[in-house]
Design a protein around this ligand. Structure first.
Ligand SMILES: NC(=O)c1ccc[n+]([C@@H]2O[C@H](COP(=O)([O-])OP(=O)(O)OC[C@H]3O[C@@H](n4cnc5c(N)ncnc54)[C@H](OP(=O)(O)O)[C@@H]3O)[C@@H](O)[C@H]2O)c1
Length: 265
């Protein structure tokens, strides 16, 4: 039975990966910073092949402990790591680099974004690397976004969602660096964008809705025929698992969309 660890598994796409991978009969390690608060994880906890471990992906000690707990659960190996956790501060999501309320808030938003979105996957990957080396599949999947694509951003002429896009763009380089560093060890590193997925826990405010409409309008510049309707986490995860299942070492270092190419919507 292959083993999968999902980092950032309390809700949204991460939780859906856990549910779907369990349904397919895998051993699943769900890493969450507050698993006791996750209704979704709690509802799955009686599943015998699920191991829920408390871990913040920015906390080295927690990650070391999580890797030790995982080794106990799997017998010392891990087949696939899915880096899913993400930092997005709603308060500054729609600021451009030149209209943050203060430089302090700009620094804080960028720092937090890099801490979770760039360092988080690096620290998690390194903590689990000894186990992944002993695994049979040796796949490291990291969730990224079309908003990190420089060409798309230029085509859409969209200057907002800054810290998130900038940190995720750095993540593409992280993926390439890992692929190169471990290219002789049979690893496949993949960045994947899940598409436009509805993971909102509450309805957007009127102000947020206005911003979302501006963003969707910008996307239409690049994809005029695209219908802006989000898919469910279940649909997105099934599509991504199809790509992950067929991933080969030759593709290591690639960043693809849910369409397995660079078409983001
Ligand atoms: N939804 C989309 O349309 C979309 C589009 C493009 C890319 N993506 C990417 O897909 C991934 C999942 O997105 P989503 O929409 O499912 O996000 P989400 O609903 O906001 O969930 C984010 C997850 O990350 C976890 N997390 C945040 N900081 C963490 C930390 N320091 N340590 C551990 N876990 C942490 C959260 O846990 P808590 O519950 O503890 O906060 C939560 O489980 C992200 O990487 C995102 O960039 C999503």
């Amino acid at each position: 039975m292959p083993s999968y660890a999902v980092a950032g598994a309390s809700r949204g796409i991460g939780l859906q990966f856990v549910a779907e991978l369990l349904a397919r009969g895998n051993v699943v390690i769900a890493l969450a910073r507050n698993p006791e608060n996750s209704e979704g994880l709690q509802s799955l906890k009686d599943n015998k092949t699920l191991h829920i471990i408390k871990a913040d992906i920015t906390d080295l000690v927690a990650l070391k402990n999580a890797a030790e707990e995982t080794a106990k659960a799997t017998g010392g190996s891990l087949d696939v790591l899915i880096n899913n956790g993400v930092y997005q501060n709603k308060a500054h999501l729609y600021n451009t680099l030149v209209d943050f309320p203060s430089t302090e808030e700009l620094i804080s938003d960028l720092t937090n974004s890099f801490q979770t979105n760039v360092l988080g996957p690096i620290l998690t990957t390194n903590a689990f690397l000894p186990l992944l080396r002993k695994g049979t599949l040796k796949k490291v999947i990291t969730l990224n976004t079309g908003l990190a694509d420089v060409d798309l951003t230029s085509k859409c002429e969209y200057p907002k969602i800054t810290s998130y896009s900038i940190s995720k763009a750095a993540l593409e380089m992280v993926n390439v660096k890992y692929a190169l560093a471990l290219k002789d060890e049979g690893f496949s590193f993949l960045n994947i964008s899940p598409g436009f997925v509805n993971t909102a826990q509450t309805a957007p405010s009127e102000e947020e809705m206005k911003e979302i409409m501006v963003m969707l309008g910008a996307f239409k510049k690049a994809y005029p025929d695209w219908t802006p309707v989000p898919v469910s986490p279940a649909e997105s995860v099934c599509t991504m698992l199809g790509i992950i299942d067929n991933l080969t070492v030759e593709q290591s270092g690639k960043f693809v969309s849910h369409k397995n190419n660079r078409e983001w919507l």
